[in-house]
Design a protein around this ligand. Structure first.
Ligand SMILES: [Zn+2]
Length: 111
């Protein structure tokens, strides 16, 4: 199984499709399907029946649809630019993601 470089809570930039160029926060990651749901991006309308608990009126609900992870890039919290992700091994056997921009190179995760 490949490891996804995008994690829940990350800031990402969409690089293709109708939301290309927009950025947002990752709400959910689907590891099996390699898809991510980004806050207020790729909204779709869903027609729903009335549901007494969630939505008594029914009608049209807008919600985020998942985007393939290959269509997004991580936004580096240090330099604020979209970047490819590298890894740096930490002393205790763990690893942290790092920004691959030559001008930055900072850790994305806390070591
Ligand atoms: Zn950076």
């Amino acid at each position: 199984m490949s490891v996804l470089k995008i994690h829940k809570g990350d800031q990402v930039m969409v690089i293709s499709g109708k939301e290309s160029g927009k950025a947002g926060k990752v709400l959910r990651v689907d590891r099996e399907k390699h898809r991510v749901v980004i806050e207020r991006l790729n909204m779709i309308k869903r027609h729903t029946r009335p549901n007494p608990k969630k939505n008594p009126q029914g009608g049209v609900i807008e919600r985020e649809a998942a985007i393939d992870v290959s269509n997004v890039m991580l936004v580096c919290p240090a330099c604020g630019q979209s970047t490819r992700v590298g890894y740096r091994l930490t002393g205790d056997g763990g690893k942290v993601r790092v920004c691959r921009r030559a001008s930055c190179g900072k850790d994305i995760d806390k070591a």
